[in-house]
Ligand binder design. Structure first.
Ligand code: SAJ
Length: 397
């Protein structure tokens, strides 16, 4: 397993628990040491025990370089460049290069990272061909996108259906047999390019639909109706399923992956691009609204509730709440801006208060994430004494 991140590590540990002998490879020596000590570096339910057991059983170990294996799985980051939004495939290229010296006839090389269409062929197949192998004949090459939801990774690794895109039909069926050894759902065989596009479409469709929900929230504001009521009732129609508006789209996938589709067909993907850009603008609009409310109500202390990128996780990277916090601080230099995140102890450059302290000291409470701790509050009672801005629709009776 090349890359021991939030997909690679759980997959490696799960494979080891199913009897496979697994070497986890990572370029970060701290991660390698940690895993070899049976510890983990990410927060994910059940992962700690799964890794500990796998390491103790001798079926999972970590290393800085790949060792010979029947199957190589590449699970490394595929970021987009911040300014141009073009894809950066450096990690996939390096991981592929590191496999070549230990690759042998009959091995399989699989890519799981979200990638632009054509990557499996242009990066992986090209590298193995250059090394003298024939994809589909002497080695198997396939694209098998991960689909797991952070917070439910261990379950979803087993229960989600999978798409397996082979460079040739022989590659697809060889690799599908491997996934059947631990996936309890259907495995769909197709071409690598279709599988690459499918992965992008999955996350882009979510981004696109969230943009619709976010735009609806602005439309409903103008009309003077409650967007949550409108969506709930519209969704009673058998063929309507509007997603939920929020303070922006965070995480490492949904806000990134549409750019790969846009890059592949810039002239055609206009609505996709517009949805992506609109979702990116939402945190700034939210910050503006917060500043306006704080000024109108003369609130001296503003508490932002929820810094993680979504509910009941501790991952605050790529979180719209962080952007909102920084924006509000700039827009309200004379006010105290604090944040509450029950799932972390500290956050760089952010003044964290406990929930109790926010409730005691802030005149304006802003709900940004629907954490269970916030759902359990009596918002009706709080609204008698505090101004509440609710971006998750949880404060209604
Ligand atoms: N969000 C909304 N409204 C909604 C749903 C989500 O504003 O109705 C926001 C969330 O608050 C969050 C962001 O979208 O900020 C993304 O959250 P998410 O739960 O939709 O997705 P991720 O990024 O945690 O995981 C996604 C998943 N993809 C899909 O559901 C199509 C997961 O299955 C993928 O494996 C993962 O991306 C990935 O790695 O690609």
């Amino acid at each position: 397993m090349l890359g021991l991140g939030y997909v690679g590590l759980p997959t490696a540990a799960l494979l080891a628990s199913r009897g496979h002998q697994v070497t986890g490879v990572d370029v970060n020596p701290d991660i390698v040491t940690r895993i070899n000590n049976g510890q983990i570096h990410i927060v994910e339910p059940e992962l700690d025990i799964l890794v500990k057991t796998a390491v103790e059983s001798g079926r999972l170990s970590a290393a800085l370089q790949p060792t010979p294996a029947d199957i190589f799985i590449i699970c490394v980051p595929t970021p987009v460049n911040a300014d141009t939004h073009s894809s950066d495939l450096t990690f996939v290229q390096k991981a592929t290069g590191s496999i070549i010296p230990v690759l042998q006839p009959g091995n399989a090389v699989l890519l799981e990272s979200t990638s632009p269409p054509g990557t499996t062929e242009n990066v992986i197949a090209a590298a193995v061909t250059k090394a003298g192998f024939i994809p589909g004949q002497t080695v198997f090459v396939a694209y098998c996108p991960e689909r797991v939801l952070p917070g439910a990774v261990i379950t979803e690794l087993v229960t989600n259906e999978r798409t397996v895109g082979g460079l040739t039909p022989a590659c697809a069926s060889h690799v599908a047999r491997f996934y059947k050894s631990f996936v309890q759902a259907d495995i769909h065989e197709t071409t690598a390019r279709v599988a690459e596009t499918v992965k992008l479409v999955e996350n882009t469709s979510r981004d696109y639909q969230i943009a619709f929900a976010n735009e609806l929230s602005l439309v409903c504001r103008e009309i003077g109706v409650n967007v949550w009521d409108v969506i709930e009732l519209a969704n009673r129609h058998p063929r309507v399923n509007v997603l939920q508006p929020g303070p922006g789209v965070g995480g490492h996938c949904i806000a990134v992956d549409p750019w790969f589709l846009i890059e592949a067909a810039p002239e055609q993907a206009r609505l996709i691009k517009s949805a992506r850009q609109f979702n990116d603008s939402v945190p700034h609009k939210v910050a503006q609204q917060i500043a306006e409310s704080a000024n109108a109500e003369d609130a001296k202390t503003i508490a932002l509730l929820g810094m993680a990128y979504k509910s009941n996780i501790d991952d605050c990277r790529e979180s719209p709440s962080i952007e909102i916090y920084n924006d509000v601080k700039k827009l309200c230099p004379d006010k105290k801006v604090v944040a509450c995140e029950p799932n972390v102890q500290t956050l760089q450059n952010i003044e964290l208060y406990t929930l109790d302290r926010c409730l005691r000291e802030a005149e304006l409470l802003v709900i940004l994430v629907a954490h269970t701790e916030f759902l359990n509050l009596d918002w009706k009672q709080l609204q008698n004494t505090r101004q509440v801005l609710d971006y998750k629709g949880i404060s209604q009776p």
